[in-house]
Ligand binder design. Structure first.
Ligand SMILES: NC(=O)c1ccc[n+]([C@@H]2O[C@H](COP(=O)([O-])OP(=O)(O)OC[C@H]3O[C@@H](n4cnc5c(N)ncnc54)[C@H](OP(=O)(O)O)[C@@H]3O)[C@@H](O)[C@H]2O)c1
Length: 273
């Protein structure tokens, strides 16, 4: 598995498995065990997904050494609002049954709170219980506000990103600031009919790859880490199999031109949940 180096030297596998909307604990554990069996070494969960315990069990049952697996979890908005940041972190650690987390993210930029939260994240980082800290759903203006107060630059910004929402501004900002961009809902969660786009179908025919693989390759060539969710073993394998072909610059531009600035998730400027 190819890796990217984060701004503090920590290495992160370019593709991970997302486990959002898998709340049944047995199913979540099965999915994680299957993913690790077929070659995943990066799992993306969150307190909000209610499956950290199952993810931890899946990791333990896999028999793969802990240090070979990159585990991300995220702090939920209610814990930012209550200021119980360290308590939330400890709760995630306990549920996962791990001694450290590879990447801990602020899930959403809760207005009036995210800077104070980040200061506590910096303390958690210094405690050594997390290898890297980052943010999620931050627009450039959130990152600019944070930059005025931070002593640690976020290692990662995990954002909604797919061919209908190509996020050029945030990508440019993060590249300049040394922040790794990671895409969520890279297939628009299979809700917007992205796989039926002619551009993707034509490239799929040309390279004998699925539209999903074309999207993941487009991300990879734009320097974006991806965490496709799949509960299906064959699709899990497919989503890892993107390193034996290459899109041309023109093809990347053609995919970029699908952009409609259309989201499947909330707009980070309205975090009222
Ligand atoms: N930070 C945030 O705020 C945030 C928000 C949302 C999500 N996330 C993270 O991002 C991860 C991914 O996003 P997502 O779960 O919203 O959606 P996604 O990965 O864009 O799409 C998942 C959907 O695509 C299907 N799929 C997967 N691989 C496929 C393939 N090769 N061909 C055809 N269909 C395929 C899956 O079905 P099957 O399972 O049946 O294969 C599922 O229905 C989440 O699991 C979560 O970890 C983060």
């Amino acid at each position: 598995m190819e890796k990217v180096k984060l701004n503090n030297g920590v290495e992160m596998p370019c593709i991970g498995l997302g486990v959002f909307r898998i709340e049944d604990n047995n199913e979540a554990q099965r999915v994680v065990e299957t993913a690790l069996k077929v070659g995943y070494r990066h799992i993306d969960t969150a307190m909000y997904y209610h499956n950290e315990e199952a993810v931890g069990k899946g990791i333990k049952n896999s028999g793969i050494p802990r240090e070979e697996i990159f585990v991300t979890t995220k702090m939920w908005n209610a814990d930012q609002r209550s200021g119980k940041v360290k308590e939330a972190f400890e709760a995630s650690l306990k549920k996962l049954g791990l001694e450290y987390i590879d990447l801990y993210l602020i899930h959403w930029p809760v207005e009036g709170k995210f800077i104070d939260t980040w200061k506590k994240f910096e303390e958690i980082y210094h405690s050594g219980k997390v290898k890297a800290i980052g943010v999620s759903n931050f627009k450039p203006h959130h990152l600019e506000a944070l930059a005025k107060e931070q002593t640690i630059v976020p290692a990662v910004n995990q954002i909604e990103l797919h061919p209908y929402l190509i996020q050029e501004d945030t990508l440019d900002y993060c590249k300049k600031a040394g922040i790794q961009v990671e895409a969520w809902s890279q297939f628009a969660a299979n809700q917007l009919g992205l796989f039926d786009e002619k551009v993707l179908k034509d490239l799929s025919d040309k390279y004998s790859k699925s539209p999903a693989q074309i999207i993941l390759r487009w991300d990879y060539q734009r320097g974006v880490v991806t965490i496709p969710k799949s509960a299906n073993e064959e699709r899990m394998k497919q989503n890892l199999d993107i390193f034996d072909f290459s899109l041309t610059e023109e093809e990347i531009t053609a995919i970029n031109s699908l952009n409609k600035n259309k989201r499947v998730g909330p707009d980070p400027d309205h975090v009222d949940f």
